[in-house]
Design a protein around this ligand. Structure first.
Ligand SMILES: NC(=O)c1ccc[n+]([C@@H]2O[C@H](COP(=O)([O-])OP(=O)(O)OC[C@H]3O[C@@H](n4cnc5c(N)ncnc54)[C@H](OP(=O)(O)O)[C@@H]3O)[C@@H](O)[C@H]2O)c1
Length: 333
């Protein structure tokens, strides 16, 4: 096999054009591990990379795809051998290194996680970067002692990739889940992923400039940042925590110190990209074992759409416009 199929993003006079093309295998970067990709998934960052966002991808043409699960076909590192099933998420994959929306990736060995036994390659990408980040966010809250008895947990951007999996995980860990969403008309969809109460963006934004509001949640997983996060911290109960992992609503926050110095709130940063590989492995093991809940197949059936590589450009467009519910899984080979 000297060629492979890949999503190819090129800059043209009319903007950025995405096509699926045949590429020569020897054009991939020279790295320790060559992986034949079985599945990838679509994340907001892929939509940005595919549309010329130079904060994500500096130069084009380029193949996006920040995650991939597949089988090692060649390894120059003794940690991996031909036939090993592996997962790669984060680091530079799909940003400035040719990404997982292709039949092959070539990556440094220290980006690669051996797939835990109790999860399939497909299941790993049903999670993908978004699900991994949701798991890491929930794990972060559990580590600071957040427990179901303390009260409801809010998830913002709840219909998105990170948000929907955070809702489902929290429900399975016996939390009462409240979901902040712009899709208030999708009550049945949210109920099926474990949400008990929908919260409107307007209600949270209405807290306005007051330094603190009525306490409503023991904790939150925040995927949107901006004015919403600025207000959510005002409504977290004494000693509670917010895991902050995204910026769909904005990168800046504006808050007084009062929630922190009067209520002892913790704002906890969550990063899945540069997270040390050993911690990545621990989280994947947790996903594959303790958190392999019985209703996983039902959850993915409801919240995940499987597409082919050829269908990726249209799906990325939907993500960019915020019109999706849940996640896209990409079957590559
Ligand atoms: N820290 C990390 O390691 C890490 C890893 C993965 C992703 N992320 C970040 O996490 C965020 C979510 O990623 P994702 O893959 O879940 O994206 P996504 O699937 O596009 O979901 C984002 C959700 O945020 C809500 N939203 C969108 N625009 C908004 C706005 N202007 N104001 C308020 N809410 C808005 C929407 O949900 P509703 O309609 O339900 O409100 C949308 O579905 C992104 O910023 C992404 O870059 C960070």
């Amino acid at each position: 096999m000297s060629t492979y199929r890949a999503l190819w993003v090129e800059e043209s006079d009319d903007g950025f054009k995405q096509t699926v093309t045949e590429r020569q295998l020897d054009t991939l970067p020279e790295n320790d591990v060559l992986v034949k990709v079985s599945y990838s998934s679509l994340n907001y960052k892929d939509a940005l990379s595919a549309n010329g966002n130079k904060g994500v991808t500096r130069s084009y043409p380029h193949t996006p795809g920040i995650d991939a699960a597949g089988t090692v076909v060649k390894s120059g590192n003794s940690a991996f051998k031909e036939g090993d099933e592996v997962i790669v998420i984060g680091y530079d994959l799909g940003m400035n290194t040719s990404g997982g929306l292709a039949e092959y990736i070539s990556v440094p060995a220290d980006w690669v996680v051996l797939k835990p036994e109790k999860i399939t390659l497909r299941e790993a990408m049903c999670y993908g970067t978004a699900g991994f980040t949701a798991a890491l966010s929930v794990d972060t809250l559990l580590h600071v002692g957040i427990a179901p008895s303390q009260g409801p947990v809010l998830v913002t951007g709840a219909s998105g990739g990170v948000g929907s999996i955070a809702c489902w995980l929290l429900k399975n860990l016996n939390f009462e889940v409240h979901a902040l969403t712009g899709k208030q008309d999708q009550a049945d969809w949210f109920k099926a992923i474990g949400v008990e109460t929908l919260v409107s963006r307007d209600d949270v934004l209405a807290m306005g400039k007051r330094p603190m509001g009525k306490t409503q949640w023991a904790a939150a997983v925040d995927t949107v940042g901006g004015d919403i996060l600025s207000n959510v911290v005002k409504a977290i109960q004494y000693g509670g925590s917010v895991a902050c992992c995204g910026m769909a609503a904005g990168a800046e926050i504006n808050t007084s110190v009062f929630p922190f110095i009067i209520r002892g709130i913790n704002l906890l940063g969550v990063d899945s990209v540069e997270l040390p590989l050993e911690i990545k492995m621990d989280i994947w093991r947790q996903i594959a074992n303790d958190w392999k809940f019985d209703d996983f197949a039902e959850f993915t059936e409801h919240s995940l759409k499987e597409v082919s590589l050829d269908e990726v450009p249209a799906a990325l467009d939907t993500i960019l416009k915020g019109g999706h519910l849940g996640r896209y899984l990409v079957k590559i080979s």
